[in-house]
Design a protein around this ligand. Sequence first.
Ligand SMILES: [Zn+2]
Length: 580
Amino acid sequence: MRIRLITNAIVLLLLTACSSTNDLRNNEQEKELKPLAQRAPNPTASLHRPFDFPLVLSGNFGELRANHFHSGIDFKTQGEIGKSIHCAYDGYVSQVSVSGGGYGRAIYVTHPEIGLTTVYAHIEKFATKIDSVVRAEQYRRETFAINLNLPADSILVSKGEIIALSGNSGHSFGPHLHMEVRDIETGDAIDPLPYFKSLLVDTDAPQALELALYPDKNIGSVNGRKSATYLSVSTEEQLQFNAWGMVYPAILANDYMTNTHNVYGVKYMSLKVDGVEVYKRTIDRFQFEATRAINTLVDYNDLNKKGTWYMYTRVPKSQPLGCMVETSLPNGAVNIEKERDYKCEFVLLDEYGNKSVVPFVIHGVKQEIKPVMAAGKLIKYNDEDTIKRDGIELRFFKNVLYEDSHIPVSSREDSKYYSHIYSIGDNAIPLGRTYRIAIDIKNDIVKDKRKYQIIRVGKNSNRAYKSLYKNGQVIAYVDRFGDFTVTIDDKSPQLVPVNPNKWGEVGKITYRISDNLSGIKHYRGEIDGKWVMFEADTKNSIITYKLDSEEVKRGQSHEVKLFSVDECCNESVITNKFYW
Ligand SMILES: [Zn+2]
């Protein structure tokens, strides 16, 4: 849910242009990937610790997460909010953002002297000199959610200065500080751990849970099959596979640290075959534009089906993570071409040099390679192309795909919806960016065309994509394959007052705010006809205003008016009375 606050007059303007074409078209522009610099610009810079108490992490850099690498490290805050956060180095506040989701309240401090920017997220409260700048702008724009870029001379900070109190704001599910280190020049995310390494303790090595061996389509076979074989690493027996042709070894593993029960991502992994290192991966730096390519480091099919992160050695043709991954193997595949034993081992390593080695054997055993049928049009990853069929048009841009792939499209009837349901592509194929879908409406009977909505039909719930109606078609840019169709969202956002008879007593006004499908686009709260700042907490679908006697007169009755509109231009208004 994206929340923006605006005045009623602007809402009216936006309603007429709800979902503009330009908004959607941004998806067609390709973001260029720059070559990744090898190391941090200033690996020996001495950064001030963020907290005075002993530092413990609940998350490390590069952890594998849904469609992104974890871009920083998470410091635990002793289970509490309100801990003083010290600035890492001299510099200036270059950006401040406030949102009900994402980073919540976040501060970006640029340190020109060392070429780094540090980021502090999920903050509870900004230090006064930052807060006063942010609040002034929130009131000027009448908005809670804000993203301010500040000039170098606006807010200066020094190393060790307290710049905020830690919290749990935004997309955070427990008090902690998410801290990032970025390269000023490229904007790349850099592993912050090396800067704080001496302040933490870690004697625990990464541990493997399972091994897997994946055959390559039509040119490999594992244990007589065209699908993967999985082995549990905990067994006493030797880990072994029978295979022939091109195969990809994979490992399911976690890292651990001393004195915590948390589970972390594995920073460094390599594969040796017959004593020679043939593949290595180091997650110490990445470009934000390439973060989705995390889906190419693992078997994406298993990730979707089982939620497991089997890190395999396969490298797609486009090599989207070129500097993170190095291999001497063709596409990362081991060629089992002789009837002999191939002695292999995975090596897992953390920042502190704690290491584990997982040996296994691939027996070269000749076996029939069972063919996998390819259906659908072949789309090249580095070309633009279109698939047109009865009732649907798909437009692929460069680098939507990571490698050349056959994209099947089929359709079926379902009277619930306003078009057929189209099955597009194969769920096992990860996508680097969005492609364009245009679906014909079967029976264009809905009067207000803004209500039409493209959805991805899921097993348990449907996902809505920002959609645009044009000449009997609905258009959206989508980032996945799957089943797509057209439905409508004609339901207004739900606004529910939470304990309104207690508002005066607790000095706080709270509403639950939610939408059935397309999502909340804006909300605006007023008391006695004047805008007040409701703070959003997206994870709990709640907005709150703390009563302030400078804004609301004490000792009388008041009226709250809350307005909200969703992405399909359905509006809601609610008014409530209270005494304070
Ligand atoms: Zn984090």
